[in-house]
Structures are given as structure tokens and as C-alpha cells.
Write a protein that binds this ligand. Structure first.
Ligand code: ATP
Length: 636
């Protein structure tokens, strides 16, 4: 069957990759069971009320069949009209009570179930958004979103259905069983002999279904992944420009084929169980009438008791089938819970240390002291099952930073230059602990000796201290005002306008028909590159951090926007310590210190004039990268 074939092989991107089987083969553990119980604890009051009504609901199932016994024996056979009338009335009443219990139980179970979804969802969301950047560089969004949606729902559905089914069915079985035994122990025992067949079938099905369900969830997540990666402006543009539609169709079809096969197999396995469910009651009913009929003829059993037994048997079968299904439901539910716990158990690589202290408000000096860094491996930061195609990796990533040291004093502008891949972006990521160093230390402080290792301070205070403007600044699909207030929720409209003013973008925003309430598209696509960067600068100005990390745009803007961005930047950097990945001549000329990064080290440092005079790498870079720069108003 193709479900066992390594999916992705032969697809356009599949060469050399293998499908992750760990998620398919993993067994559900006892620990998961205990944790599920832990999740139910906050809802114990409601669960108690729910169980109370479930017990009543189950107990009431025997009332009607017992009334039937009396109607036949004491009413019909005795030709007693009044007994028939009041017993029939009692049957109506029990039916009404039963119906109202069903409604109450449905309401209670949905309150518990929805409460559980709410808890799980909020927990998973809170956990995932605190994961380090490394996790997101390794995880496929589609797989993660599917984990958050489908699995959380699956876990809840099964939890409430298992809860009600186990309790109500067990009670029904006991109560109905006692009533049947009381009517005729011989007939009851013979009937019971057919039931092990049900349990055997459910055992067989349960084991197979757990594995298949897990595989199906992964398959659906893989399908989702293909879509989330391609159905956005970036992905669609790429596949259109490379004319890969036919290949994409094939990859998608391969994954869909796997899901289709699994669906068929799951149905087939389920049907075997349904067949057993139909067979057993038919057998048992035949036995009741076969043996019970003989007993009635011989006078050992009353006719009323025989009909009562047959009615009770029908009431017994439902709960018994439910109970034998429990194993299947429990296995499916636990798979969902396991997949949710897998995500919440994954620790973030970057967390507050116990006893971490806040950075003082004036901290603005930054120091790199013999910093070594290598990017973490996938297995250190992510889950193989969230990657669909888990690539066998080498033993370690190479060191990207290798003994890098420098110090930026408060208010200084440090320009970073160097060949592509030298480690400039990586270096800037270490300042706000987007990653942690693997050797040495990054320190921030007020200057002099008063410096703290960034790993010893709280992430909150660190993120208040350091602000970033990246080349492709992200904007949420929301209004300009909401995007700006992301930096400072209590900012007034006047604050927003003065930030926009300083970022040289106020006239453009004022010219929009909805002004501050204009919605910027997904990833800010409706804004031009220069506008987006100026908006990001306005956002940074509202945050007003003492340390700014800036990746200058490489794309040449037209001279007007170029000038506006330059102006906005000089306002943004004024009085702040800044670390700028420099692409412009004006920046390197203005910098207090230029660091020439090469091969993960500071190869040269000094001012523009000093470095030019010294010759070497900087002088080469200057000639190749900066000399053709067209920054307005600057001559080399
Ligand atoms: N998430 C990552 N995982 C593994 N390796 C990475 C990751 N990000 C970057 N690298 C590697 O680290 C090295 C340094 O990359 P970095 O982006 O810091 O260079 P850069 O100097 O900023 O280059 P550029 O000027 O081209 O942007 C590169 O070899 C790159 O392939």
C-alpha cells in the first residue's frame, strides 16, 4: 500500500529526503494519560455535575423494559385496563425524563469540551509564540497550524465522547445486566457468551486505527503545508516565474494520494468493526428467543419476562458496543493529545534564566566578547514531525562567528561591512538574544564596567532596550495605526503622527483616503519597499529603544525616497547606540566605528579614513561595494 511508501520521494523537492516515521510509529504512553487527566482538573466541578446526570440517564434505561414486563404480566395477561393505563403513563414520563437528561448532558459535555479546547488552544499559542527564532526557521507553518487546529479539536472531541461513553455505558451495562439476570440468569449468561467477539474485534481495530490515524493527520498536515507555502504572494510568484505548475500538481497529487489511501484503509478497518457490531446483536437476539422461548413453553419463564429480556438486550447492546468502541476512541484521542503535548513540551532555546534581572533604563553600550556562534541543528530546536521532510543532517553546523569582539559605546554608530555570508546578520541577531552565543558573551549595560551578559537579564527588558529595523519589515494585516501601536499600545494619534513625521512618511499616510486606518496588506504588500521601511522606522521611533539594529535596504530607491529614508534614519538613530549593516556610502562615512567582518571575525576596525589608509579588505570592499553608491549629497 502506498501509505507505507516514503512520500515525497520522486517529487521535485524530494530527492535525498526521507519521510519522518517517528510520528507514525510512536506509541501512546501512560504519561500522556496522566497529563490528560491533569488537563481535566480545572473542569472537575462541571465534570462532576455531568457525571451525575450521566448516571441518572444510564439508570433510567432499565425502567422502560421493566415496565414492559409488568404491562404484559400484570396488565395484558390479567386483562387489567387501569394497570395498563398507569404503566403506559409511567412509560411516557420516563421517556420525557430521559429526553430532558439527554439535552442537559449535551449542554454539559459541550461546556466541558469547549472549555478544554479553549485551554489547550491558549496554552499552545502562548507556548509557540515564545519559541526562539530557530524553531520558526525550522518549522513548516502549515504543519504547525494543523497541529494547533485539527489536533486540539480531535483531542477535545474524543475527550468528551470518551468521558460520557465510558461512564454512561458502564453504568448502563451494570444496571441492565442486573435487571436481565433478575429476569432469567440462564438466558442472560448465554447472551453474554457472544460478547467477547465484540471485544476481540475492537482490540484488533483499535491497534490498527491508532497508527493509521496518526499517519493520516501527518498526511493532512503535509497537504496543508504545500498550500500554505504556495498560496501566498511570495510562493505563487516563485512557482509562476519558474513555470513549475505541472511539477507542483504532481507533488500535491502524490501527497493527496497518500491521504486517499489512508482514508480508504481507515474506512475498511472501521467497517470490520461495524460488521461485528451488527453480527453480535443478531446472534444474541436469536439466542434470547431460542432459549427463552423454550423456557416460556416449559413454563419456567413468563411471557412478560421474555419480552422484557429482549427489550433489555437491545438496551445492553448499545452501551456494550460503545464500551468496545472506547478503546478505538481513546487511542485516537490520545494520539491527538500526544501531538499537542509534543509541541508544548518543546522547550524554547532562549528563555529567562531563574533570577534574571531587568536591564537598567539607560543601558546603551553593547559589547561582544570573544563571541562564537553556530546555528543549532534541526533536532535541537524543532520536531521532526513538524518538518514533513526531515533531512538527515551532518553532525554539526559550522561556526558562523569565530571569536568576534568589539564594543559600541552609548550613542555610537557602528557600521558592519563585509562579504556576503560573513556573519553580519547573525551577529545582529545575538544582541536581542534571537539566538544565544555558543561561546564568549554578548553584554549590554550603561557603559564602563557596568555591563550584563544578555543571558542574565530578562527578555522583556532586553527587548525594550534593543529595537530592529530589518530590510523586509513585517507588517500585520491590520491598519497602519494598529501596526504602529504594536510598538506602544498606549500611543495617542498625535504620537503616531509625530513618529510618521519624523520617519518622513506622514504626507503619504495623510494622503491615503483612510489615513491611519488604512489596512496594510498581508506582509505590507500594498506598500512600496521604501514606504514599508519608513513605516518600520516610525514604529521603532514609537518604541524608542536606546539601542537600534538596522539592516539598510540594499535595493536602490529613487532619489526622492532614498533621501526620505536617509532622513528618517538619521532621526531614528539620533542619540542612540546603533549597529548598522551598512550598504550606503553615507553610513560608513558617518560611522564612529566600522567593523569589517570576514569569516566570522572582525578582520579590520576603525573609521572610514583610517581603514582606507590602512588598505586591505576594507579598501577592496569600498571600491567594489560602495564607490558606485548614489546616496544623494555624498561624494566619496
Ligand atoms: N538559520 C540558519 N541556519 C543555519 N545557517 C544559517 C542560518 N542563517 C544563516 N546561516 C549561515 O550563516 C552564515 C552567515 O550568514 P549571515 O546572514 O549572518 O551573513 P551576512 O554577512 O549577513 O550576509 P549578507 O550580507 O549576504 O546578508 C551563512 O553561511 C549562512 O548560510
Amino acid at each position: 500500500m502506498s501509505g507505507t511508501r516514503p512520500a515525497g520521494m520522486g517529487g521535485p523537492m524530494g530527492r535525498g529526503y526521507r519521510i519522518d516515521r517517528s510520528a507514525v510509529d510512536a506509541k501512546v504512553s501512560r504519561k500522556t494519560l496522566r497529563r490528560v487527566a491533569g488537563i481535566a482538573v480545572p473542569h472537575r466541578g462541571l465534570i462532576g455535575v455531568f457525571l451525575f446526570f450521566t448516571v441518572l440517564d444510564a439508570a433510567i434505561t432499565v425502567v422502560n423494559p421493566l415496565l414492559v414486563v409488568h404491562i404484559i404480566n400484570d396488565g395484558i395477561r390479567e386483562r387489567d385496563g387501569s394497570t395498563i393505563a398507569w404503566l403506559a403513563g409511567a412509560m411516557v414520563l420516563t421517556a420525557l425524563v430521559d429526553a430532558s437528561f439527554t439535552v442537559i448532558n449535551g449542554w454539559l459535555s459541550s461546556r466541558i469540551g469547549e472549555g478544554l479546547i479553549y485551554d489547550l488552544r491558549t496554552q499552545v499559542f502562548a507556548h509557540v509564540q515564545r519559541m526562539s527564532l530557530a524553531f520558526f526557521t525550522r518549522t513548516q507553518t502549515g504543519a504547525l497550524v494543523s497541529r494547533l487546529n485539527n489536533d486540539v479539536m480531535g483531542a477535545q472531541r474524543a475527550f468528551t465522547s470518551v468521558l460520557s461513553s465510558v461512564v454512561s455505558n458502564s453504568i448502563s451495562v451494570v444496571v441492565v445486566g442486573i435487571a436481565m439476570l433478575a429476569l432469567s440468569w440462564q438466558v442472560t449468561l448465554v447472551c453474554l457468551a457472544t460478547f467477547p467477539l465484540l471485544f476481540l474485534a475492537s482490540r484488533w481495530v483499535g491497534n490498527r486505527l491508532a497508527g493509521l490515524t496518526r499517519e493520516q493527520m501527518d498526511g493532512n498536515a503535509a497537504l496543508g503545508n504545500v498550500m500554505t507555502e504556495r498560496f501566498n504572494v511570495g510562493g505563487a510568484l516563485l512557482l509562476t516565474l519558474f513555470g513549475r505548475h505541472a511539477d507542483e500538481d504532481r507533488t500535491y497529487a502524490e501527497r493527496a494520494d497518500r491521504v486517499r489511501d489512508l482514508g480508504v484503509r481507515i474506512t475498511l478497518v472501521g467497517r470490520v468493526f461495524t460488521a461485528a457490531l451488527l453480527l453480535v446483536p443478531a446472534l444474541a437476539t436469536a439466542l434470547v428467543y431460542g432459549i427463552g422461548g423454550g423456557l416460556v413453553v416449559s413454563g419456567a419463564l413468563s411471557l412478560g419476562a421474555l419480552v422484557g429480556l429482549a427489550t433489555l438486550l437491545l438496551r445492553l447492546l448499545g452501551p456494550l458496543q460503545g464500551l468496545s468502541n472506547v478503546r478505538v476512541d481513546v487511542m485516537t484521542a490520545l494520539v491527538s493529545f500526544d501531538r499537542v503535548f509534543e509541541v508544548t513540551d518543546l522547550p524554547s532555546m532562549v528563555q529567562d534564566r531563574p533570577g534574571a534581572t531587568d536591564l537598567p533604563a539607560g543601558a546603551a553600550a553593547v559589547e561582544f566578547d570573544d563571541v562564537w556562534f553556530r546555528y543549532p541543528l534541526a533536532e535541537e530546536v524543532s520536531l521532526a514531525s513538524l518538518e514533513t521532510l526531515a533531512r538527515p543532517e551532518g553532525s554539526a553546523n559550522p561556526d558562523v562567528l569565530r571569536g568576534l569582539s568589539f564594543r559600541a559605546e552609548p550613542g555610537q554608530m557602528v557600521a558592519l561591512v563585509g562579504p556576503s555570508g560573513a556573519g553580519k546578520t547573525t551577529l545582529t541577531h545575538l544582541v536581542a538574544r534571537l539566538y544565544d552565543v555558543t561561546g564568549g558573551a554578548v553584554r549590554i549595560g550603561t557603559g564602563g564596567e557596568d555591563m550584563s551578559d544578555v543571558r542574565d537579564v530578562t527578555l522583556d527588558s532586553l527587548h525594550r532596550t534593543v529595537g530592529y529595523v530589518t530590510q523586509d519589515a513585517h507588517m500585520f494585516h491590520d491598519t497602519i495605526a494598529a501596526n504602529l501601536r504594536y510598538a506602544r499600545p498606549d500611543a495617542t494619534d498625535d504620537d503616531l503622527w509625530s513618529a510618521l513625521e519624523a520617519a518622513q512618511i506622514a504626507p503619504m499616510v495623510a494622503g491615503l483616503s483612510d489615513g491611519l486606518d488604512t489596512v496594510v496588506g498581508d506582509r505590507g504588500y500594498r506598500l512600496s519597499g521604501g514606504e514599508r521601511q519608513r513605516l518600520a522606522i516610525a514604529r521603532l521611533l514609537l518604541k524608542a529603544p536606546p539601542v537600534v539594529v538596522l539592516d539598510e535596504a540594499t535595493a536602490h530607491l529613487d532619489s526622492e525616497s532614498e533621501h526620505a529614508v536617509q532622513e528618517a534614519l538619521s532621526r531614528a538613530l539620533e542619540g542612540r547606540t546603533s549597529l548598522v549593516i551598512a550598504h550606503r556610502l553615507s553610513t560608513i562615512r558617518d560611522a564612529d566605528q566600522i567593523l569589517v567582518v570576514d569569516g566570522g571575525r572582525v578582520a579590520q576596525s576603525g573609521t572610514h579614513e583610517e581603514l582606507l589608509a590602512a588598505g586591505g579588505l576594507y579598501a577592496d570592499l569600498y571600491r567594489t561595494q560602495f564607490l558606485d553608491d548614489v546616496s544623494p549629497g555624498v561624494s566619496p
